[in-house]
Write a protein that binds this ligand. Structure first.
Ligand code: NAD
Ligand code: IPM
Ligand code: MN
Length: 382
């Protein structure tokens, strides 16, 4: 039996509400895995880190937090942020420090309109919204390099540097090419070389350079402003997309908006070499406006749990989870208010679990067993 040790950081606001539903689904999948030939189980360890912990201790996580997390196979995170605690402290001292310490340089975010999910775009066929964003996740505009000079004085100056290393750009771009090749899809790079005359000219040149090794992959290059327009007007243009940290952050919220909303947007922070644990989380925040009311949609967390399953090689189980999410959406009987329903967070989690037990999905689990790693999570070398 393959036992996966998962560190759970539910965090703040709606984090704990949505994460418990994801854990429910993972436990159900472990139960369903029995007898499939691909048996697995989970050992969850919860860490009470986040803004409440900060208010009590002055720290967002324990002092040896990173050392502690290193021992786990993966991290499952809810959300971080609370009114009253400055966001740049709460996020830098928990979420961002984990992404950087564990060199989770790939932020993989599906922008896919599932069957039954609402889409605000008219004249767009649902199958046209099916992208995978590969967002650079450790440097770029979020490298944390800069200075605050003459603070509080009339001549105050702030500098926020964008850091684009050759290694950093090359590895994320190469990952995206490998993924496009494996999935036989096109690859689009999104940058801004006309205005960012160092960083993005460099990015574009590395995209071209690496691309020469992948003549079989059809590529496109867009400026970020035009790309955001096309994501709304003609999303079918995009399949695999590679972009920098900031652009990826913004465009994947836009992606969420066209594919069912923040409650359906999942993400994986991957260290492809598996030197360190990877981290799985919904891309939304702690949503203080709805926290504690049972209104949060847990499907983004559940989807990121599916990414976790795929990362561990349980591709069939991951597919079964996505199929169940789709069944819940198509049924449209048990949905949270963001999707027009009246159900609570826990009711939606229970409904996913119920659908997982449906004979159809169960047989999918059996039929697809042992497919091994999907290309997104396979190791690659070079
Ligand atoms: P947010 O994603 O928390 O919320 C934006 C809007 O989307 C809100 O109206 C919220 O109610 C809605 N929403 C988000 N998730 C939802 C869900 N699962 N179901 C239904 N509705 C949902 O973004 P924000 O308001 O800009 O940020 C709130 C806090 O979260 C801030 O402190 C911010 O720094 C932090 N944040 C954390 C993360 C993270 O931990 N990964 C990500 C983004 C923002
Ligand atoms: C996300 C979030 C984070 C990011 C913030 C909270 C630091 O917006 O995961 O999209 O920008 O990476
Ligand atoms: Mn974001």
């Amino acid at each position: 039996m393959n036992t996966h040790k998962i560190a759970v950081i539910a965090g703040d606001g709606i984090g704990p509400e949505v994460i418990s539903e994801g854990v429910k689904v993972l436990n159900k999948m472990a139960e369903l895995s029995r007898g499939t030939g691909d048996e697995f189980s989970f050992e969850f360890t919860e860490f009470p880190w986040g803004c409440t912990y900060y208010k009590e201790t002055g720290r967002m996580m324990a002092e040896d937090g990173i050392e502690t997390l290193k021992k786990y196979d993966a991290i499952y995170l809810g959300a971080v942020g609370m009114p009253g605690v400055p966001d740049h402290i709460s996020l830098w001292d928990l979420l961002l420090v984990i992404r950087k310490s564990f060199d989770q340089y790939i932020n993989l975010r599906p922008v896919k309109l599932l069957k039954g999910a609402p889409c605000p775009l008219k004249d767009v066929k649902p199958e046209e919204i099916n992208m995978t964003f590969v967002r650079e996740n450790t440097e770029g505009e979020y490298a944390g390099s800069g200075a605050w000079l003459y603070k509080g004085k009339p001549n105050e100056v702030v500098i926020q540097n964008g850091v684009f290393s050759r290694v950093g750009c090359e590895r994320v771009i190469r990952y995206a090419f490998e993924l496009a090749r494996a999935e036989k899809k096109t690859l689009t790079s999104i940058s801004k070389g006309n205005a960012l005359n160092y960083s993005m000219v460099f990015w574009d040149s590395i995209f071209e350079e690496v691309g020469r090794e992948y003549p079989d992959v059809k590529t496109y290059s867009y400026l970020v402003d035009a790309a955001s327009m096309f994501m709304v007007k003609d999303p079918g243009r995009f399949q695999i997309v590679v972009t920098s940290n900031l652009f990826g952050d913004i465009l994947t919220d836009l992606g969420a908006a066209i594919s069912g909303g923040m409650g359906l947007a999942a993400g994986a922070n991957l260290n492809p070499e598996r030197t360190y644990p990877s981290m799985f989380e919904p891309i939304h925040g702690s949503a203080p406006d709805i926290a504690g009311q049972g209104k949060a949609n847990p499907l983004a967390s559940v989807w990121s749990a599916a990414q976790l399953l795929e990362c561990f090689g349980h591709k069939a189980a991951a597919d079964a989870v996505i199929a169940s999410i789709e069944n819940v959406l198509v049924d449209a009987k048990v949905l949270t208010p963001d999707l027009g329903g009246t159900a609570t967070t826990a009711m939606v989690g229970d409904e996913v679990v119920k659908k997982l037990s449906d004979a159809a999905v169960e047989s999918a689990v059996t039929k697809l067993k042992g497919l091994g790693l999907g290309p997104k999570f396979a190791k690659f070398s070079k």
